[in-house]
Design a protein around this ligand. Structure first.
Ligand code: ATP
Ligand code: ZN
Length: 302
């Protein structure tokens, strides 16, 4: 049942199927937004939040948001920046704003050469033919570095271009480097570092949409903050409290509780904003702490 009229519901574009899809859906789920996922449907209504999700190819997301077909999009900055550069050069109108950087979809656009080709520095790229699906980002990098090279535009399977004799080098996305290795290529320069982002159209939203976006952003912040944060409980000698507080990363004003039948020790509860490592736990123990519990936090609102 939809209680908000469709015009007041946020329309969010996300990748239908690919490397960003699972993490994008997971983010919505962790924000408490329920979207059922029958793959055959392109537009789905969340049943407990005024948002409709449009499932598309990631390459279409920047355009859909910039043109205002969708209010929001989840997309990699590689695709976004490529589209923005293309639009700028083709003189198109419309714009976007990055609302949040997200903790998934990290990769880099890298220049790679066949393993056997020597590489001593950028000038070795001079005069080469470079195959890529990211001509704008590649050209911008080459221009900035003052390298004259030919950019060969391919929409996929870029990594086989050198073997086919289509190009001397490639400029493609790399995360672990295993695809490059399998194709006997090695990355020599990073052209662009990418991560997934939430973008919005720059036009003014209705009051209802603005309100819904505020709630969504607050939840995303809560989810991202909670991802690293931990709830710590421990027992400690009263006398070591100052030392113990210093060891707890990013925790302010912990709660101190008395322990029944023991005046010399207290219980301390604190939220640590940063990861808590084994080393920290060992230091806490050395400082006299015992019964140390580190618990994950599911959601957090400050
Ligand atoms: P679509 O059919 O939606 O166009 P695609 O084949 O272009 O899919 P995917 O390979 O699913 O795209 O990658 C989508 C995005 O995931 C990339 O644009 C990038 O932002 C991000 N990404 C993260 N890691 C990698 C990686 N190792 N290789 C490629 N993309 C990655
Ligand atoms: Zn794509």
């Amino acid at each position: 049942m939809l209680t908000t009229p469709p015009k007041d519901r946020l329309r969010l574009a996300m990748q239908k199927s690919g490397r960003l899809s699972a993490d994008s859906l997971d983010l919505l789920t962790r924000c408490g937004i329920r979207v059922k996922m029958p793959k055959e449907r392109l537009l789905l209504h969340a049943d407990n939040f005024p948002v409709d999700v449009l499932f598309v190819r990631d390459d279409d997301i920047p355009r859909l948001v910039m043109d205002g077909v969708c209010d929001l999009g989840l997309v990699g900055t590689n695709v976004l920046e490529e589209a923005a550069l293309a639009r700028h050069t083709s003189g198109g109108a419309g714009g976007y704003l990055v609302e949040r950087s997200l903790e998934f979809g990290s990769c880099r656009l890298a220049l790679a050469l066949p393993e056997e080709r020597a590489y001593t520095g950028l000038r070795d790229l001079q005069g080469l033919r470079i195959a890529t699906s990211y001509p704008q980002l590649t050209k911008r990098f080459l221009d900035e570095q003052k390298i004259a090279a030919e950019v060969v535009c391919l929409s996929g399977s870029v990594e086989i271009a050198p073997r086919l004799g289509l190009a001397d080098a490639i400029c493609d996305l790399v995360a672990t480097g295993s695809t490059l290795e399998a194709n006997k290529l090695r990355a020599v320069e990073t052209v662009f570092k990418s991560t997934a982002v939430l973008i919005r159209n720059t036009r003014e939203f209705s009051a209802e949409k603005t309100h819904a976006l505020e709630i969504l952003l607050r939840r995303i912040d809560g989810v991202q903050r909670a991802a690293e944060a931990k709830y710590i409980m421990l027992h400690a000698p009263r006398a070591s409290l100052a030392e113990i507080k210093k060891l707890l990363p990013g925790s302010e004003n912990p709660t101190i509780l008395p322990l029944a039948g023991d005046d010399t020790r207290v219980a301390l509860h604190a939220v640590c904003q940063e990861a808590v490592f084994w080393e920290t736990m060992e230091s806490l123990k050395k400082a006299g702490a015992s019964s140390i519990l580190v618990l994950p936090i599911e959601k957090m609102m400050l």
